[in-house]
Design a protein around this ligand. Structure first.
Ligand SMILES: [Zn+2]
Length: 491
């Protein structure tokens, strides 16, 4: 949960040498949101067990990809805090086990010495390039939580500065969560049921609506930054599991009635729109809209493009704009931009013209047409829906919704509030729940023929007979570090 993808980010975050001045939120500007929240979901660190007996063969087993030892030179001066299990941080947080780490911080499961509650401590590196954005993240989370915390945003439980006498580390205390969505989609061998996709999408859109109404833009919406809530039993299992290769959760994402609760996490790149405008670090590459290539504009529409990518990824099981093969290509921004044109159609010049970056000026000809191959005819999403075993009705709705997310003209892009009302995200697509659609086949057991097949590893036999550390070895990158598309921001 503490991943960061590019070591360029901290510099970008603090390149003006100071924190942007925030304005106090107008209390009257906080809409009374509580009424439309799904109340049973608001269980800190837990997700109510699914109805009916758990299908243990469909339990979520995620491979926690191997991590390397922190090198000696990565500690201390500007680096990580040296932490060992049983160490007590912040006076009450007794460290239980290592969870993960990223460019900014390391995350540990802890157990409070005063009341025995499990929590997560996320300890930033001491360098101001990491401490400053972490303090800002704390400030934003406090603002978001100041009224009523949203059930689909990971809760900040506290913060403190931990010092080893020489270096100080800003530390966030967070509720314990289960796997992130990236693990659930790509490292579990399971495919999310359509009904689960609909519900999780609505939860996340509810969180986006909530922060957008408060003038906050997340700026890094991606499966890595979306966490799934787990039961207290799963938290205890997490604490007890000493095998670093995998974690097991009583969560069945293939079950249409499973009560899966997703929460938005990692506000490290977020900003308040009341801050003075300045260049923002764009979202992680596959989740970037065209305006983040062509201009330096960033607003709530930036999150909506990314959210469309996430919904696609949950449904299909593969990344829509998968640019991993271009990661090290210095021309990556252009190649990636070209990919948008090929998949979605030619990008028009008009919405970006006034703010076009110089290096992208020549990508349009004198008539304003992009100098790239023309699009395929029609929206690709209807066919993709059918290919993923959706009914004709669902494929139509899916296609319509995706086209609303991937509007090139940002001013016409769907808002979270609008998306929430779309038929595709309603139970059973908004159709009569007693109709034939109710007998939808469990999609999880169908192998996909799409490019996602590399990710659809079949867990097959019961998990305790598996050797997870070898079963999941094919994933190309380490989620804790995020997709390391470090080349693409350098323009
Ligand atoms: Zn890319």
């Amino acid at each position: 949960m503490s991943e960061r993808r590019s070591n360029k980010r901290p510099a970008d975050e603090s390149d003006d040498g100071s924190q942007p001045k925030r304005q106090d939120e107008d209390p009257s500007g906080t809409p009374p949101e509580g009424a439309d929240w799904p109340s049973p979901d608001d269980l800190p660190g837990t997700s109510a067990p699914q109805t009916g007996p758990p299908n243990l063969e469909n339990r979520l087993v995620v491979a926690t990809l191997g991590y390397s030892q922190i090198r000696e030179d990565q500690y201390n001066d500007g680096g990580y805090l040296r932490i060992v299990p049983r160490q007590v941080l912040g006076g009450v947080q007794e460290v239980v086990k290592y969870l993960n780490r990223g460019h900014y911080s390391s995350a540990w499961l802890s157990k409070r010495t005063d009341n025995g509650a499990y929590e997560v401590v996320k300890v930033s590196k001491s360098d101001p390039r990491f401490a400053v954005p972490t303090r800002k993240e704390i400030e934003i989370l406090k603002t978001i939580q100041s009224k009523k915390p949203h059930p689909n945003i990971v809760k900040l439980l506290g913060s403190f500065e931990e010092s080893n006498g020489q270096f100080s580390h800003v530390t966030m205390v967070l509720e314990v969560m289960g796997p992130n969505l990236q693990y659930a989609i790509h490292s579990s061998g399971k495919k999310m049921h359509l009904e689960v996709v609909r519900r999780v999408s609505k939860q996340l859109l509810g969180a986006l609506k909530y922060i957008h109404q408060r003038g906050i833009v997340h700026m890094d919406i991606k499966p890595n930054n979306i966490m799934l809530a787990i039961t207290n039993a799963d938290v205890a299992r997490l604490a007890a599991n000493n095998n670093p290769a995998y974690e097991i959760y009583d969560m069945d994402i293939t079950n249409p009635s499973a009560n899966i609760v997703a929460k938005l996490a990692d506000f490290g790149l977020s900003f308040d729109k009341s801050e003075p405008a300045r260049r923002r670090v764009p979202p992680t590459c596959p989740y970037r809209g065209p305006e983040t290539f062509l201009t330096e504009l960033a607003d709530t529409y930036t999150d909506m493009w990314s959210m469309g990518c996430v919904i696609f990824e949950m449904l299909v099981g593969s990344i829509l704009f998968d640019c991993s093969q271009y990661r090290d290509n210095p021309q990556h921004p252009f190649v990636h931009f070209g990919m948008l044109n090929v998949i979605l159609g030619a990008v028009p010049k008009a919405p970006y013209e006034a703010n076009l970056r110089p290096e992208f000026r020549d990508i349009f000809d004198e008539y304003g047409n992009v100098r790239l191959p023309p699009r395929t005819i029609g929206s690709p999403f209807f066919g993709i829906g059918l290919f993923n075993k959706l009914s004709i009705d669902d494929s139509n709705e899916f296609s319509q919704l995706m086209d609303m997310f991937f509007k090139y003209d940002m001013t016409g892009r769907v808002t979270a509030e609008q998306a929430l009302a779309h038929n595709f995200l309603q139970p059973n697509g908004g159709r009569n729940t007693f109709g034939p659609e109710m007998v939808r086949q469990n999609r999880s057991q169908q192998s996909s023929n799409s490019s996602s097949s590399a990710y659809n590893l079949d867990v097959g036999s019961p998990i305790y007979e598996e050797e997870p550390s070898t079963s999941y070895g094919g994933y190309p990158q380490k989620p804790e570090d995020g997709p390391s598309y470090s080349g693409q921001n350098n323009f």
